[in-house]
Ligand binder design. Sequence first.
Ligand code: SAM
Length: 252
Amino acid sequence: MDDIELLVDLHRSADRQGPGGDAETRRALELAGLDRSRRLKIADIGCGTGAASILLARELDAEVTAVDFLPAFLDTLRARAHEHGVAERITPLHASMEALPFAAGAFDVIWSEGAVYNMGFEAGISAWRQFLRPGGMLVVSEITWLGAQRPAEIQAHWASEYPQINVASAKIGILEQHGYSPRGYFVLPPHCWLENYYRPMQDRFDAFLARHGHGDQATAIVAAEQHEIRLYERYQDHYGYGVYVAQWPGVG
Ligand code: SAM
């Protein structure tokens, strides 16, 4: 198995593949102030196993197109959507976020939690805007510095992992430069990382290692995840996920 297959095996049974929470998804929904009087079309980009897609399909009168490039995650999403009684409202789509097969103006909402970093925030928000109808909403979470000063260790870590990490004012500026009208921003609280994402992952480590005979590759993956967790535990005051809500201009 290569590293991607091992990572899929570690994460495919999880409810989410990144920091987040149902209450925070609802908070972003409130900030978006959607017109709920009509059926909404929503694209959830980098949906993983469907944490946001399922909540949006359950709580809104919406058709959700759930996009991911890992078929195994979409399989889990399909099964979970059935369990929650929303399979008819969710269309799983195996596609790359960098080459989405959508028509211009097809969606009322583009939603993306913990995923835009894969193509980079600016590339993502500028490529996806064409798929929003006039007046449509973008809701996207992105790794963000929480202030201007930070310790050297965490600065060096993110400079190597994701050099586009920046403060919220810079991210909001990028949204404005690309024509969006920012409507809201908040930071995911630590429980979205620790209780909702990292602890359930740690609970899967033993079975994961056993499934893979405690091999070198699997052991290295667990060590890398543990390192990331330790960094967050130590430096959570300095970085987090910012949730950005922005409107594409016009009246739909
Ligand atoms: N949104 C989910 C959540 O919050 O639980 C998943 C977040 S996970 C950190 C990032 C997701 O983006 C993964 O499911 C991964 O497979 C997907 N992804 C990464 N690169 C992608 C690409 N180029 N196209 C589509 N999906 C991609």
